[in-house]
Structures are given as structure tokens and as C-alpha cells.
Design a protein around this ligand. Structure first.
Ligand SMILES: [Zn+2]
Length: 433
């Protein structure tokens, strides 16, 4: 089911709405938000310069640092008494970033999430268990109001108390799960420990997952434990932009539809800031064109993806962003090619002969970068032809995915370093003489 008629507008109609809302937003922030006015003055651009959508690229970027520098309310475009809610992101370093909503913003948010929930198959008949942490984090309340708006029954169980979560699922016949992919897998594990088989004893047929990258390998694993017929869609958002609801996958799971009447996406080269042609992979930049409280313009998300404007089989016309390939902070530059460790991981996990432990080694040979991927075999073998065959196939696959030739070294099981915290799989020796 398609929630709103806006989701099927023609490209011309979408662009007309975008241009009108962009002009209005730029004029408003220029008038009301001093840091924006300063940035625009420095860039030599004024609201009257925005005559077409391509003029968007003339505007300066906004980053998380700008939000921190203006903590807590410095970038807001309304007097603080007009806000009806504030949320904050957990700042792992320094001050958190604070976001605020007017009454109108909450309506927009609810609309965006209702659309995404419908795309993922939710209906008014669903019992939706929200296993995101309630609180300052936007995930839980975002999904909560969006799903409630379409008439679903909400079970606001939050995170933790996993055994109780399973009890609710069983007793209330929960049909829809909202969680991060990793918590969804953990819940299935806990169910197993309780003697509950998620496929046989529970009724969950839909999972709306977010706030973590959903790799294909992760989705396969979720299907294995929750059932092949579970519809698992990922959705995307971030507090700075609104919360969840920026984009979501439909049942065809071929990219996440961006709510383009509220957000304008651009893809830039993260190093130069230059806008890249459609279809190229780079950093996602989002401009909020229908927000009253905190209308961020050209916000650098640091997330790496690419856009697809082809019409989707579901009938929606909003463009789609590919599931994230990583963060620009993690990007490696090898022989001039941008490579994300997640791309290498995906290749490695795709071979049944290989375990999940690997190492990426970067060295310099003369003027050339040399990439070596060391991977552990799942089981030992002395057969030279078997080893040679795996090495060749991994190398070919890496070449297709990365566009780079890599040296592949297979190592015996249990030889690579293990990590208790965040794994350090990259050794970049190019700067060391
Ligand atoms: Zn679609």
C-alpha cells in the first residue's frame, strides 16, 4: 500500500515542490539564523541566487560540528517557545547535538514514518513491538508515532529485558518488529534459550530495521533465524535531519525511497565537496525543505551511498538511495580508487570456505599502493589446488567489486588477531618508511 499520493508524483511535480520549498527555506534561515547568514555571506550567495535546483550546490555545507558550535539552540529558526519537543543524539565525543520540533515538524515526521512503515508492509492490523530505546534517541518515538498514525497497535517495549520481550511477542501475538538488525538477531537467540522457536512459536512477519547498516549477509542471517517469509526492510534517518523517516525500502528491497518532497539528496565527493553525477557513489548530503525548527541545509551525513532515479516496480517515483556502503570517515584511497572496508568484508563473507576474520594490509611499492587481503580459512586444507582455486575466486570477486587488483593470502584457522572491542582490521603502512 502507498500511504500518500505525493509518493507517486511525476519528476516535474516533485522538482517544482522542491524548488518552491527550497527557496522558502533558504530565505527563512538567511533571515532568522545568524550562523547561516554568516556562512552564506562568506560564500557570496544570497537567497535571491536560488533560481533553480542546481543552484543548491552554491550554498555552503552544514556539518555536525556546526551543530556542536551552536549548542544547544543556535541553529534553530523559530523562537524556543515554539518548540514542542527536543531530542539529542548521544555525543560519543563532546557535546551532544540537539534537535527540536515544532508542532508542524512532528506532523511532518509522523507522515514520513507512516510512509516508510507502509513501504515495509505495515498495516492497521499489525501489533508493532518497538524494541528501540525510548528516550532522547529519535528512533523509538519516530517509529511509534508513524506506526500509530497508520492504525497499528503499539507495544512500546523499548530495549533490554529480552526475555520479557519474547513473552510479549508470544502473548500479544506481535506481528511487526522494530529493532536494529543486531538486536533482532539477539532476540532470536534469547527466544531459543527460552525454548521458543521464533519461526514456529512467534508470529512476526515484518521487521522494520534501522539505525545500523543492514548488509545482505545480516539480512540472510535474520531470515535464517526468523523465517524465510519475514519481510525485512531497512529504513534510514538521523536525528539531525528529523529522525527515522528520511528514506525506507519498499517490498522490492532495491534501495530506500527518499521522501523527496521533504528532503533533497545530493551525492558529493567527500574530499572535494564537488557534486557527483547521478549513479556515482559518494557522501550523502541532505537539505531539509519542510522543517520549521531546525531546517538544515546541505547537511553532510558522512554516509556513503548512491542514488537511483529509475521508477520502482512498487509505483513510487521517489528516488532511491542504495543501502549504505559505509562512512566517509572509514574510506580508503587505494591507487586513486575509493574503497570501503565494508565492500571487502562483503566479498569475504560471501565465500563459504572462509571465516569472518580478515585483515586489510596497505603498503607502498615505489609509487604504487599495494593491497593485500589476508583471510582465515574456516577449515585447514593441505591441498594446493583447493587453496589456489579459492585464492583465484576471491581475487576475481574483489576485482569486480572494487575495480582493483588485490593480493589474496589465505591463512590457517585461528591465526589472525581477535578483538574484544571494535575490531581493527586495517593496517595502513603507506605512510611509514
Ligand atoms: Zn519501491
Amino acid at each position: 500500500m502507498i500511504w500518500s499520493k505525493e509518493e507517486t508524483l511525476s519528476r516535474e511535480e516533485i522538482e517544482a515542490i522542491q524548488l518552491e520549498r527550497l527557496k522558502e527555506t533558504v530565505a527563512r534561515v538567511y533571515e532568522r539564523v545568524a550562523p547561516y547568514r554568516k556562512k552564506m555571506d562568506e560564500a557570496g550567495v544570497c537567497p535571491e541566487d536560488i533560481k533553480s535546483l542546481s543552484d543548491l550546490s552554491r550554498l555552503p555545507f552544514v556539518t555536525k560540528q556546526d551543530l556542536r558550535d551552536n549548542y544547544p539552540f543556535g541553529l534553530f529558526a523559530v523562537p524556543r517557545e515554539e518548540l514542542v519537543r527536543v531530542h539529542a543524539s548521544s555525543g560519543t565525543t563532546g557535546k551532544p547535538t540537539v534537535v527540536g520540533y515544532t508542532e508542524g515538524d512532528l506532523k511532518t515526521w509522523t507522515e514520513c514514518v507512516s510512509r516508510i512503515a507502509c513501504m515495509g508492509g505495515a498495516t492497521r492490523k499489525d501489533y508493532a513491538q518497538i524494541c528501540f530505546g525510548y528516550g532522547m534517541f529519535t528512533g523509538a518515538l519516530g517509529l511509534h508515532y508513524g506506526l500509530e498514525n497508520i492504525g497499528a497497535t503499539i507495544i512500546p517495549s523499548s530495549t533490554g529485558n529480552s526475555q520479557k520481550q519474547i513473552m510479549y511477542m508470544q502473548d500479544f501475538e506481535t506481528s511487526l518488529l522494530v529493532a536494529t538488525p543486531s538486536y533482532a538477531l539477539r532476540l532470536a537467540e534469547v527466544a531459543g534459550e527460552m525454548g521458543v522457536d521464533p519461526k514456529r512459536d512467534l508470529h512476526i512477519k515484518i521487521a522494520l530495521v534501522g539505525s545500523e547498516m543492514l548488509t545482505d549477509a545480516m539480512r540472510d542471517e535474520m531470515h535464517r533465524v526468523w523465517g524465510e517469509d519475514m519481510l525485512i526492510t531497512s529504513n534510514y534517518g538521523m536525528s539531525e535531519l528529523m529522525g527515522p523517516g528520511v528514506s525506507g525500502e519498499c517490498e522490492y528491497m532495491d534501495g530506500m525511497h527518499i521522501n523527496e518532497d521533504f528532503f533533497i539528496p545530493e551525492i558529493i565527493n567527500p574530499e572535494t565537496g564537488e557534486v557527483l553525477p547521478v549513479g556515482e557513489r559518494g557522501e550523502l548530503v541532505i537539505t531539509c525543505i519542510k522543517k520549521e525548527g531546525l531546517p538544515l541545509i546541505r547537511y553532510r551525513t558522512k554516509d556513503i551511498t548512491r542514488l537511483n532515479y529509475e521508477k520502482c516496480r512498487c509505483g513510487r517515483t521517489f528516488c532511491r538511495m542504495e543501502n549504505l556502503s559505509g562512512r566517509s570517515d572509514d574510506m580508503l584511497k587505494i591507487r586513486g580508487v575509493n574503497v570501503f572496508p565494508s565492500q571487502i568484508e562483503e566479498v569475504v563473507l560471501g565465500f563459504s570456505e572462509l571465516g569472518p576474520h580478515y585483515e586489510i594490509l596497505l603498503e607502498r611499492e615505489g609509487y604504487n599502493d599495494k593491497l593485500t587481503v589476508r583471510v582465515e580459512l574456516l577449515t585447514s586444507t593441505d591441498s594446493f589446488s583447493v587453496l589456489e582455486d579459492i585464492t583465484r575466486r576471491v581475487r576475481e570477486k574483489l576485482k569486480t567489486v572494487l575495480g582493483l587488483d588485490a593480493k589474496v593470502t589465505l591463512v590457517s584457522p585461528n591465526t589472525l588477531e581477535r578483538f574484544e572491542g571494535k575490531a581493527k582490521r586495517i593496517r595502513d603502512l603507506r605512510g611509514i618508511k
